[in-house]
Design a protein around this ligand. Structure first.
Ligand SMILES: NC(=O)c1ccc[n+]([C@@H]2O[C@H](COP(=O)([O-])OP(=O)(O)OC[C@H]3O[C@@H](n4cnc5c(N)ncnc54)[C@H](O)[C@@H]3O)[C@@H](O)[C@H]2O)c1
Length: 563
């Protein structure tokens, strides 16, 4: 299907006036108006059906399945010739349901076939309209519409913000011309935005083909005229060219800094040399650092940004799956010591994280699979939809199916795992409690990486082994139900994670865990899966850790799996 984006989808909070503006726009532009909820209702074939009735009969899940098919069936509609619609390239107006954009696959499809217009107004204005509306909206029935609107705004702004925002206190029926003027003035981007979340830990943007445009926009907001562009050869090959060209077009001066690829960049000597390079180039506190690369690159470059001149601002452009769904989010930066991984570092949140899924197209399948180790971790912590999704697509991930780039699967994996992490970080940035849960699988995982001297094993692969050990310990202590452990092990097997036997000594691994960052008062705090979530325990007997490490190093001894 051609991606002309000839639909104009109106989104916004309930009561903001999407239907009213939609009708006016359709009349002014002389194009059809499609009400998505009505077409879903028509699909049931039940006379006098309604959204409420479908919810009652089929549950929300049933409605969402119908909604997803309705979105998937949306086609391109040619604009009528010779009027404003043709100039704007708009052939149809679509009024979406309140929750349509919440589903990552709906956003994926709509980003291909529609321009999105976010109609917005202050909460007090919308609440005023809800109070005087003829129809009683569910939001009103909760008694305090302003409070409900605030909650919904927090939950949904990141989805609405993928569109062009039209904010006005005026009656929506009068906004047809302002909407047309805004659309005319807004450049039609080649990239497709899927998520745009303004978070305390930095602005997180996720999309396809967005890196160069989004980066330039973020830098312009800061009036940046010069940046330190830190990257490494593989990331440069994947995405660096388009970024450098866009910075040049935007007349932003670049001080390039190329580090070694992979874990070997994560050393204090690298920081030392790089910082001296910045000093020699006269980099000032007002200059920004941009890190383009995987987790190793952003850990190192982020630490450089945290330390140079006691901290300069930085932007992360993650180019690996591991960095997009995990390492670039949350502001932890760091390098390794011979005594252990990530032992020197700082919390230093980037201003923005710009994740461009196009970068993943050049990533080797082994790197993709390793990154799923962190995704399985998030699934086990309680992201059930991610668990199911990974189970569904595991064979295709292992086969390196290129369709996964085209059908929105990677986008959904990154969004689900990344959003989970962002919420944890928002609740506990400095790892005083909840954030510790993100270390699930990392205690023996880090020990294994260290024992292997960070060679021949990728971080996510080590996490795969560590997750197996955490499951063994959890089952033996009676905190992980056996069926939950069996399901997780089956997923790890299907992804080939932690499946091959290893030669490291279990005793050496147990010794290495004592240098772990999660040790408090000499006791190791183990994150262990429960039926739906996790617990943290500091009373795991050394003998059990040794048994779990021994079993973990034996790999997948149960047969099955892919390797
Ligand atoms: N800070 C955090 O919160 C956090 C969280 C998880 C992991 N990490 C760290 O992240 C690192 C692992 O991340 P990673 O897997 O991204 O490692 P990485 O940065 O070493 O990248 C993996 C490999 O992919 C190559 N590469 C990068 N982008 C590419 C592209 N688009 N196409 C082809 N090849 C590309 C790199 O050159 C490298 O060889 C570890 O050091 C880990 O400790 C940090």
């Amino acid at each position: 299907m051609a991606t002309r984006r000839s639909n104009l989808a109106l989104v916004g909070l309930p009561g903001v006036g999407k239907s009213s503006l939609g009708r006016r726009l359709a009349t002014t532009l002389n194009v059809p108006l499609l009400d998505l909820d009505r077409s879903i209702i028509a699909s049931t074939g039940v006379p006098k059906d309604s959204v409420d009735e479908i919810f009652k009969r089929e549950g929300e899940e049933g409605f969402r399945i119908r909604e997803r098919s309705a979105v998937a069936a949306l086609d391109e509609v040619a604009p009528p010739a010779g009027n404003v619609a043709a100039e704007l390239g708009i052939g149809r107006i679509i009024s979406l349901g309140g929750g349509t954009l919440v589903d990552p696959r709906n956003r994926w499809t709509l980003s291909q076939r529609a321009r999105i217009l976010w109609l917005d107004a202050p909460d007090a204005v919308i609440a005023g309209r809800l109070r005087t509306a003829r129809v009683v909206r569910p939001l009103m029935s909760k008694g305090n519409p302003e409070a409900s609107l605030r909650t919904l705004r927090t939950e949904r702004s990141r989805f609405y913000a993928i569109g062009t925002r039209l904010e006005s206190k005026k009656s929506p029926g009068t906004l047809s011309q302002p909407a047309i003027d805004l659309l005319r003035a807004t450049p039609r981007t080649t990239g497709r935005m899927l998520l745009s979340a303004a978070l305390p830990s930095g602005h997180w943007e996720l999309g396809v083909g967005i890196a160069a445009e989004s980066l330039v926009r973020a830098l312009k907001v800061r009036n940046a005229s010069r940046v330190v562009l830190v990257s490494e050869p593989n990331a440069e090959r994947a995405i660096g060219g388009s970024i450098a060209a866009a910075l040049k077009r935007a007349k932003i001066n670049v001080i390039p800094l190329t580090l070694e690829s992979g874990e070997s960049a994560k050393q204090l000597t690298v920081i030392d040399e790089a910082a001296r390079g910045l000093a020699a180039a006269g980099v000032e506190r007002g200059d920004l650092l941009v890190a383009v690369g995987g987790g190793a690159l952003s850990d190192t470059a982020g630490l450089l940004a945290a330390l140079y001149l006691r901290g300069i601002d930085w932007v992360a452009v993650p180019t690996t799956l591991a960095a997009q769904l995990d390492a670039s989010l949350g502001g932890k930066t760091g390098v390794d010591l011979p005594e252990g991984k990530n032992l020197v570092g700082a919390f230093h949140q980037p201003l923005a994280v710009i994740a461009d899924l196009d970068a993943l197209r050049t990533l080797p399948t082994r790197e993709i699979l390793a990154a799923t180790g962190e995704a399985v971790k998030i699934a086990l912590l309680g992201e059930d939809r991610l668990f199911t999704l990974l189970e569904e697509v595991a064979p295709r991930l292992v086969a390196g199916d290129p369709e996964l780039h085209a059908d929105g699967t990677y986008a959904e994996i990154v969004e689900r795992a990344g959003w989970w992490k962002c919420n944890v970080v928002a609740a506990d940035e400095r790892e005083a409690g909840l954030r510790m849960s993100l270390n699930l699988g990392h205690t023996l995982g880090h020990a294994l990486e260290q024992a292997a001297n960070y060679k021949g094993i990728l971080h996510g692969e080590a996490v795969g082994y560590g997750l197996r050990a955490a499951l063994t310990i959890g089952v033996e202590l009676g905190v992980t139900p056996a069926p939950r452990a069996a399901r997780a092990l089956a997923l790890l097997d299907a992804l080939g994670l932690g499946a091959a036997p290893r030669r490291e000594s279990p005793a050496a691994l147990v010794e290495a865990t004592t240098h772990d960052k999660k040790v408090a008062g000499g006791k190791i705090r183990w994150v262990l899966p429960t039926a739906k979530s996790f617990v943290i325990r500091d009373d795991v007997p050394a003998s059990l850790v040794l048994r779990a490490a021994t079993q973990m190093l034996a790999g997948n001894t149960r047969g099955g799996g892919t390797r």
